[in-house]
Structure formats: structure tokens, C-alpha cells
Unconditional design. Sequence first.
Length: 336
Amino acid sequence: MPLEIIIAGRHLEEIQRRSNLSRLAALQLGVSDHPVTCVPLDLLQQEQIQQVLEETQPDIVLLTASLQRWVDVTSFFPVAVWTMAPLLPLYLPLAHNLMQAVKRQKKAMLVLNPMYPDVVHPVLNTIGLAPTAGVGELANNLPALRLVCAQELGVEYERLELRLIMARAVSYALSRRPLNNAPYHISVLVDGIDVTDQLNLEAVFKTFPAAYPRPRGTAGLPMTAASALVTIRALLSPVPQLVHVPGPQGLPGGYPVFLSRNELSLALPASLSLEEALRINEAGLQLDGIRQVTEDGTVIFTDEAREMCQRLYGEDYSSLRLQDTEKWAWKLRPAH
């Protein structure tokens, strides 16, 4: 079907140049061309979001905005730190604004969000505003992990399938250090048959960080872009595709799902119940500084995250309410 791409952002000239670069590079590689339009949009302006959605009527919305660029975040927040909870205010307000506008549209719109979906989605789910699914995170490790498992089993990459359950903090650690006792589940299938017991998973995860090293930070973002493209292709497919996404249906952590233009359903391994998967991912959120997301959307921090909030914000915070996130973000930004 015809595909039209609309790119929206605050700096129109910049996004026009970036989109031209991507479009022309794709043409150089022989990829079919599609119409691309750039429009101005500030996600802090509710009326403007509403107007852009009404005028463009997108089928799929990919949110890639935050209140601070990642390159700036890493200047005051070490990338090596697992605990992301104190940075939640940089991501939640814009997703909240967008989903409010999406909710008001007469047309149903699918929303993908790579901006900390592990926690943003469960919070927004408490008020019925969860995006469709996240992008990246555990999915970014799948190609390399499949390669390692295929090599260990001596089978072709294409014959091997993984079903992976893990939260952001665990997937972040996966390619950097041994997982040790981190909470996760993995099922490995060859030609549809579960062969997980034929693998020494401890050895796989011990050797994995050095198997296929890749750039981190901004330089590593093409991996997330590739994961986004896989997810978008699945949403455009009439036939369900197996993909891995964080935050599907407002759930915490990451899961395998069957995804198509008409379906989003969990694809948990037969050996694992939804309750067990939720326990794994909720335990994973604790490593990110999230003790609990309450029924009213309040995020309760762990002691480690509370101490980090003290360092970043200069105040003692043990929890964060949805309505306070933008105020927190402006406390953080001027100081850095």
C-alpha cells in the first residue's frame, strides 16, 4: 500500500536536512522512494499537537522526543549507571501530551515509543493512555544473541527463534557484563522446537558481551532505528509477525509479541505464564530504580534512585506523581 512519511519537530530546517539525508541515502541503496513531508510541532503545545494530528491523520505515530537530548543527559548522568528512574521526567510529559491528543482523535492511531517505555507505558496505562508498544531495548540485543546461540548449537541463524522477557536495566546490562542473578527468561527454539536445555545459558551470557561489541550512546542509535523499522513493518503486515517490544499494552518491561495491522498479542513461551513474566519484569524495574507503579500512576522509587534524585534535583524525592513530572524536568534542565 502507498506509504507517506511525515516528520514533525520544533526545528523545521534541521529535520528537513536530516530527512533529506536519509531519503537520498535510501535512494542510493535502491530503496523505493516515498513522499516525505516535514511539519513544525512542539510537544509542549497541546493545541499544536491536536492540529497536526487532525491535519495529517497518521496511521502510525513514532515518538522520538524527550525534554533533553541524550548527548546532554550523559554529560551529567553516567551512561554506565543502570538506574534510569530519576530521568523519567525527561520522557513522561511529552508522551503524556501526545497520548492525550491521540485519545481525542476520531481516527484510531497506533503509537510507538522508544523513550523509556518500560515505565512510561505502565504509568500512562493507569489513565488509559498507554501507547501501543515501545521500540528497541531488549529487541536491540536479539540479532547478536541469536547469532551466539546459533553458533553454540551449530545451526543456521534463520532456523533459530528466541522468546525473551526482560526489563530495560537487564537488556542494558546484557551486552556489557555477565547477567549473574538478574531477572530474565529466555526460550530458544530451532525449527519451532524448544532446545533451551541444550544450551549452557550461563556460558552464553558470560561470553555475549564480548561477542559482538557495538558503539554506545548516540553512535548506537541506528540499532534502535532498525528495531523501530522492524516493528513498523510488522504493524503494516496483514500477517502477524513475531517481534520483541518493551511496554506492549501498557505492561512493564519487554516481551515477545505477535504484531500485525490488526493484532497485538503476547507471544510468551509455553513454559511461562503472564504472571511469571510480570514478576520477572517488575523485578527488572527495581534494578532501574522503580519499586512500584501504583494504581493512580505514582512511581515509587528504590532507595538507590532516591539518593540519585537527591544528587540530580537537590531535593529528597521518594516518589513521582504523573502531574509533577514536567515540573521535575524543568528543575533538572536549567542545572545542566
